[in-house]
Design a protein around this ligand. Structure first.
Ligand code: NAI
Ligand code: MG
Length: 488
């Protein structure tokens, strides 16, 4: 894009955008990606790159830069330099830029969806219909708040925090980037974001989009690398806030690392949600909810309904229906729009899931898997359920992060509340019943940040999301998510 055109874009209103650029019509992936710092792609200090693979074929897709401490420092300096102007821009102007990012994302939606599926293994139907539209919606939603901070937090003098260091996982790469970047920008912060090492490509596409959008240089910096790079962001002295989504272990390490500093922090960590089916629930709908709860995105979902509780009186019929429904699931090529369960994100994650399946068998659980066959190449796992498990089993207590469901039965409400809460995590839960009173009773007693009633895994930019206990703290989404990027 010529600099003249870039200038024009910068001062146009959001609705005045040029038509979709050519590259929205096909998918372009470069052989190698550099670091996006201060509005341009720059070589990493170490000159080192690492490969990212398609987990459905084990083929290498591209190489991305491995950022070290010097690169992190460069990115933080760029974000700091940009903070002055960006935070002083009127909310209305900031909003225009964020709207523009949202619109460009919609225009390039197909490309984002294809790359998301290639790099991470999730079914194209999910990337196309859920991840990408939701990511764009997050930008739209927070763009709307940018000029209303005073109304959102009346008489509380909301001010941005400064430079946010954001570290995201591999299960919803683009969506997590949107969850982190959109509220940070709306609130007037600048950003250094690091995607996960197995799924960096949609974040780098987003970097290209942001460059094309004319967002002032340095407001968003996107750098790639593994845990070491993430740690360098956490430990950088000029970072004002850490926003992290990932494993509970790394979350704990981050908390220790920033202890004694005045860095703000939000952590979205693991989960082991109870999905609770009462005898008066619409059973066919509930079975769909069980399937969606645990097999959506191969079960790589922190809020997955990975523990099922079925009331004893309907257990036989629910389990029969569940097994029948599992027979119809299509496991395989994530690029096929009819695929229900795609590839496991990495070899490492597949090994972890397989290990848990062995643990489940050894603990005495009764395993059931449908008769489907798996592709010869790539990382795939059959949808799996375990019956006859008990509260103390490891497959009931620990996060597996795969398509593996542990099923228990219960008789009374008291019993199921007790069991549902008897876990180190507290991110989400599901309740299926015909009675509103039961729903209200459970939502107040379940120790979970999100409780879905007669549905599961529904996300919306307006509603806050986050956990209790070892699932982390702080909320993302909605007004709460905006507040997490402000001093008020
Ligand atoms: P992870 O927590 O290591 O990775 C998440 C992100 O943190 C990645 O971007 C990674 O590069 C970064 N990271 C790793 N070490 C870091 C450090 N010391 N400082 C700063 N950033 C660091 O998760 P991993 O190893 O990929 O997955 C292991 C398990 O964690 C999964 O099986 C699952 O149970 C859980 N997990 C939970 C997620 C969630 O959304 N709640 C997301 C990803 C993993
Ligand atoms: Mg990959």
């Amino acid at each position: 894009m010529s600099s003249k055109k870039e200038k024009k874009l910068k001062f146009n209103a959001a609705w005045d955008l040029d038509p979709a650029p050519e590259d929205s019509k096909h998918v372009s992936i470069k052989k190698q990606y550099d670091l996006f710092i201060n509005g341009e792609f720059v070589k990493p200090n170490s000159k080192k790159y690492f490969a990212t693979y398609n987990p459905a074929t084990d083929e290498k897709i591209s190489e991305v830069a491995d950022a070290d401490e010097k690169d992190v420092d460069k990115a933080v300096k760029a974000a700091r330099a940009a903070f002055g102007k960006w935070s002083k821009l009127s909310g209305k102007e900031r909003g225009k830029y964020i709207y523009r990012i949202a619109r460009l994302m919609q225009e390039r939606a197909r490309e984002f969806a294809v790359i998301e599926t290639m790099d991470g293994g999730k079914p194209i139907r999910e990337s196309r219909d859920i991840d990408v539209p939701l990511a764009a919606n997050h930008f739209f939603y927070y763009a709307g708040w940018a000029d209303k901070l005073e109304y959102a937090f009346p008489n509380r003098n909301p001010k941005p925090l400064g430079v946010a260091g954001q570290i995201i996982p591999w299960n919803f790469p683009l969506l997590m980037a949107a969850w982190k970047i959109a509220p940070a920008l709306a609130a007037g912060n600048t950003v250094v974001l690091k995607p996960a090492e197995t799924t960096p490509l949609t974040a780098l596409k987003l970097a290209e989009l942001i460059r094309d959008s004319g967002l002032p240089k340095g407001v968003v910096n996107i750098i790639t690398g593994a845990g070491k790079t993430g740690a360098a962001i956490v430990n950088h002295p000029d970072i004002d806030k850490i926003a992290f989504t990932g494993s509970t272990n790394v979350g704990k390490w981050i908390q220790k690392s920033i202890a004694g500093t005045d860095k703000k922090c939000t952590l979205e960590l693991g989960g082991k949600a109870a999905n609770i089916i009462f005898e008066d629930a619409p059973l066919d709908q509930a079975v769909e909810g069980i399937i969606n709860g645990i097999f959506f995105n191969q079960g790589h979902v922190c809020c997955a309904g990975s523990r099922l509780f079925v009331q004893e009186s309907v257990a036989d019929i629910v389990i029969r229906k569940l097994k029948d429904r599992m027979e119809t699931l299509r496991v395989g090529d994530p690029m096929d729009k009819n695929t229900d369960i795609g590839a496991i994100n990495s070899k490492q994650q597949l090994l972890k899931i397989q290990e848990y399946i062995e643990i489940g068998k050894n603990e005495g659980g009764e395993i059931y898997q449908p008769s489907c066959s798996l592709p010869k190449k790539g990382n795939f796992c059959k949808p799996t359920i375990f019956l006859n498990v008990s509260q103390s089993h490891r497959i009931v207590q620990e996060e597996i992060f795969g398509p593996v469901l542990a099923i228990q039965t219960f008789r009374t409400i008291e019993e199921v509340i007790e069991k549902a809460n008897n876990i180190p995590y507290g991110l989400s839960a599901g309740v299926w019943t015909d009675k509103g009173s039961k729903i209200f009773n459970l939502t107040s007693k379940l120790k979970a940040g999100v409780v879905w009633a007669n549905t599961y895994n529904k996300f919306d930019p307006t509603s806050p999301f986050g956990g209790y206990k070892e699932s982390g703290f702080g909320r993302e989404g909605g007004l709460h998510g905006l507040g997490a990027y402000l001093t008020i």
